[in-house]
Design a protein around this ligand. Structure first.
Ligand code: DC
Length: 233
């Protein structure tokens, strides 16, 4: 049970809710753009945890190690140097914001983000970054695992068709010639992988508000989240 502005801890005591907005949802629903815009409106910081998993996958890819090689993976995680400045993500000081969106990294991020040890390390970093609040954080497990005490949790959805159409238009705008059916199949593959994995699967937190954005504009989604936050500060 939740009290407004407070979270019941395991010991039954109440802790003040963390001033942090958690936005979870499936691939291609527009979480990152939405979260960035919400952060701009509130004057808060924005953390893209998907970009962190992508950068970790890029590091694994570049090191050429198999996830089954646990000592090599552990060494890589111990020296993993990720940072974010605005919307740019850095791996050991190198701006990898474009590289993490490649097809190869997008394929590899599914098994990398399903690895319990990878998640442990990245969740720890995310908690340290957001600990003092005033962050808008987007991902798959922010409301359920990373920041269970967030004052405002949103589970953003849209039909697979609506998400595929948006992604298709984005790729076209970048000068690419995507195939709509292939984009839809890729989204459905990622939905299935994210929601059925053993560790931190994608699901709505019990205290998250769900918003289906299939028929909404970006501005409408941002307005809705800001209004919800202001009514549950
Ligand atoms: O949001 P995105 O598509 O950039 O996320 C990249 C991958 O990382 C995607 O396969 C889901 C995974 N991810 C995750 O497991 N947990 C998060 N908090 C964020 C992303």
């Amino acid at each position: 049970m939740e009290q407004r502005g407070a979270v019941i801890q395991n010991d039954g005591m109440t802790a003040p809710a963390l001033p942090l907005i958690a936005i979870d949802g499936p691939s291609g629903v527009g979480k990152s753009t939405t979260a960035r815009r919400v952060a701009e409106r509130l004057g808060w910081y924005y953390l893209d945890t998907g970009a962190m998993y992508r950068a970790a996958a890029l590091a694994v890819q570049r090191a050429g190690i198999a996830l089954s090689d646990r000592p090599a993976l552990e060494a890589l995680l111990q020296s993993l140097d990720l940072s974010q400045e605005g919307t740019r993500i850095f791996l050991a000081g190198e701006d990898v914001s474009e590289a993490i969106r490649s097809q190869a990294t997008t394929q590899l991020v599914t098994p990398v983000s399903a690895d319990a040890r990878v998640r442990e390390v990245l969740v720890d970093q995310q908690r340290r970054i957001g600990a003092r609040g005033r962050w808008v954080v987007d991902g798959r497990d922010i409301g359920t695992v990373v920041f269970t005490g967030a004052c405002c949790k949103v589970f953003l959805t849209a039909s697979p068709e609506a998400r595929a159409r948006r992604r298709f238009l984005e790729l076209q705008a970048k000068g690419q010639s995507p195939d709509l059916e292939a984009v839809l199949q890729d989204l459905q593959r990622r939905d299935l992988a994210d929601s059925t994995r053993a560790v931190a699967p994608l699901r709505r937190a019990e205290d998250a508000a769900e918003l289906d954005s299939s028929a909404l504009s970006l501005d409408q989604v941002v307005d809705w989240i800001v209004a919800r936050h202001q009514s549950h500060p």
